[in-house]
Design a protein around this ligand. Structure first.
Ligand SMILES: NC(=O)C1=CN([C@@H]2O[C@H](COP(=O)(O)OP(=O)(O)OC[C@H]3O[C@@H](n4cnc5c(N)ncnc54)[C@H](O)[C@@H]3O)[C@@H](O)[C@H]2O)C=CC1
Ligand SMILES: O=C(O)/C=C/C=C(\O)C(=O)O
Length: 485
């Protein structure tokens, strides 16, 4: 059986302690994962610190940029291996992995390799009250050694979204991917090795969150932590970094709403919300879990969404036209099924779905689940307040704009929303009042890597994307030069 190993100071290392990597399509063990121990974590940190002050610090921005382009080139050459690995870990459809996960992984390196070349600083000519003059200007320095903690839902995409800008800005990185999805991270470590990334600049630590992640985030040798995952885990990490006052960048959970106004193009709204609720089995932090539909469109909308959900093909990742594979793990399947049960207990009407599909083959040992539509619950129901992270949405009626804005904002989360209306003035007006980091109008998950990306409230701290990422991974340092006249 394959053993996935950590990559520290340019070497793949095996701790001798293993846990299983499971294929969620059929529950079979596909590899063993060697869990890093404390000595390995310390070795990764000391190697990264050495590299930070060693050859890595000697490279110019252009040289770092060229090396990151080489990473992207090599990932593109090995694209099929990345595709196979991501599918094996997650069971996602080939279509999704080929069009979203893997190309975005490569694009993240190319984007930040270019973007960093245009990173500017500030400058001021200073005149003091007593007539002195000076030139103040800032230079960008790396933060140091950055711990990247990434989740299982878009494994390569979300890890590289952090690694690429961190390296572009001259930092060294220690990646801890989710224990559910380590395979593409191991391939990425191989790529780093192949392109000649200096030893210690990129390190990979495999293992479970509490056992390994916590040791990493609390270590004094780590200068900053960037994390995507559950809000509850974000709270743990905040406690863990408090002692050493590290900068953090958090992209956390969401309980995202879609609003279908009376002026919506209903066919567009149904197609868009089918995608926003069920893409990746609902396992994207941006997915819609609450839909508010104007009373005038409620019945045809619900009927259309039900038909669309029932037409979704669930199955093997490589099967033609499959849109939904399994959830990532048995544990996550149990979590989502518990919410389906809770919805019934809270009094929901299950419009469609609500259980597990039956295949009468090996897939019945996998982690599949039905796309599910609920209605009839109050906004205060737990199912309408807590992040489920599965292929499920609750559909409610609303009557007026002020009411729906209030209801959409009635959540501890604040990540994303989508608005469906052909009335552009209304779209502008409403978008400005929704308490989230991202609003889409008549679309969903249409991304521009330069745009600010992140959430408010329980959904995160800081913004990623373009200059926002570069700002997080850089430490501006001011230089003041006296001008004598
Ligand atoms: N992007 C998102 O918004 C995501 C949200 N979730 C939410 O989180 C729920 C639970 O999924 P999990 O896999 O448990 O997510 P998680 O947030 O616990 O895992 C994400 C990463 O954090 C690591 N981690 C866990 N505990 C840690 C700790 N104490 N210190 C440092 N690192 C730690 C994990 O090993 C993994 O690499 C999901 O049901 C979903 O609601 C999960 C994944 C992604
Ligand atoms: O950067 C993107 O395009 C996607 C981001 C998705 C997440 O952050 C998530 O699901 O956690």
């Amino acid at each position: 059986m394959d053993i996935l190993k950590s990559y520290i100071n340019g070497e793949f290392v095996d701790s001798g302690e293993y846990f299983d990597n499971i294929n969620p399509v059929n529950g079979e063990v596909i590899a063993g994962i060697a869990e890093a121990d404390e000595a390995m974590i310390n070795h990764a940190i000391s190697s990264a610190r050495k590299a930070l002050y060693g050859p890595w610090s000697q490279l110019s921005v252009n040289e770092r940029s060229a090396l990151l382009h080489k990473v992207a080139d090599r990932m593109a050459e090995r694209e099929q291996e990345f595709i196979d690995a991501e599918i094996a870990d997650t069971g996602k459809s080939l279509f999704q992995v080929k069009t979203i996960d893997i190309p975005r992984g490569t694009a993240n390196f190319r984007f930040f390799a270019d973007q960093v070349k245009y990173q500017g600083g500030e400058s001021f000519v200073t005149e003091t009250a007593n007539g002195e003059k000076a030139l103040n200007y800032s230079v960008n320095k790396p933060l140091g050694v950055v711990a990247v903690i990434s989740p299982w839902n878009l494994p390569l995409l979300l890890a590289t979204w952090k690694i690429a800008p961190a390296l572009a800005c001259g930092n060294c990185v220690i990646l801890k991917p989710s224990e559910e999805t380590s395979s593409t991270a191991v391939l990425l470590a191989q790529v780093m090795d192949e392109v000649g990334m200096p030893k210690g600049v990129f390190n990979l630590i495999l293992g479970r969150g509490k056992a390994v992640g916590d040791k990493l985030t609390s270590a004094p040798g780590i200068d900053a932590v960037t994390f995507t995952g559950a809000s509850a885990t974000g709270k743990q990490i905040m406690k863990s970094v408090a002692e050493t006052v590290k900068p953090i960048s958090f992209e956390l959970g969401g309980k995202n709403a879609a609003i279908v106004f009376a002026h919506a193009d209903i066919a567009k709204a149904i197609a868009g919300i089918t995608r926003s609720s069920f893409t990746n089995c609902g396992q994207v932090c941006l997915c819609t879990e609450k839909v508010y539909v104007h009373r005038s469109l409620f019945t045809p909308f619900l009927e259309g969404l039900k038909q669309a959900a029932e037409n979704i093909k669930i199955g093997y990742p490589l099967e033609q036209d499959v849109f939904m594979g399994p959830l990532v793990s048995r544990l996550h399947q149990q979590k989502v099924l518990a919410y389906y049960q809770l919805a019934r207990e809270e009094g929901a009407e299950v419009v469609t779905g609500g259980g597990v599909p039956v295949f009468n083959d090996e897939r019945d040992n996998g982690c599949f689940i039905q796309p599910t539509i609920l209605t009839g619950l109050e906004d205060e129901a737990r199912v309408n307040q807590e992040e489920i992270f599965g292929p499920v949405c609750h559909v409610s009626i609303f009557d007026d704009e002020a009411e729906v804005i209030n209801r959409v904002n009635n959540t501890p989360y604040g990540l994303a929303a989508s608005i469906w209306t052909e009335h552009l003035t209304q779209a502008h007006r409403v978008a400005a009042q929704i308490e989230v980091g991202l609003v889409w109008v008549n679309t969903w998950f249409l991304r521009d890597l330069r745009a600010p990306f992140g959430g408010v409230k329980l959904s995160g701290i800081g913004r990623e994307g373009g200059e926002h990422s570069l700002a997080f991974y850089s430490e501006p340092s001011n230089i003041c030069i006296k001008i004598d006249e």
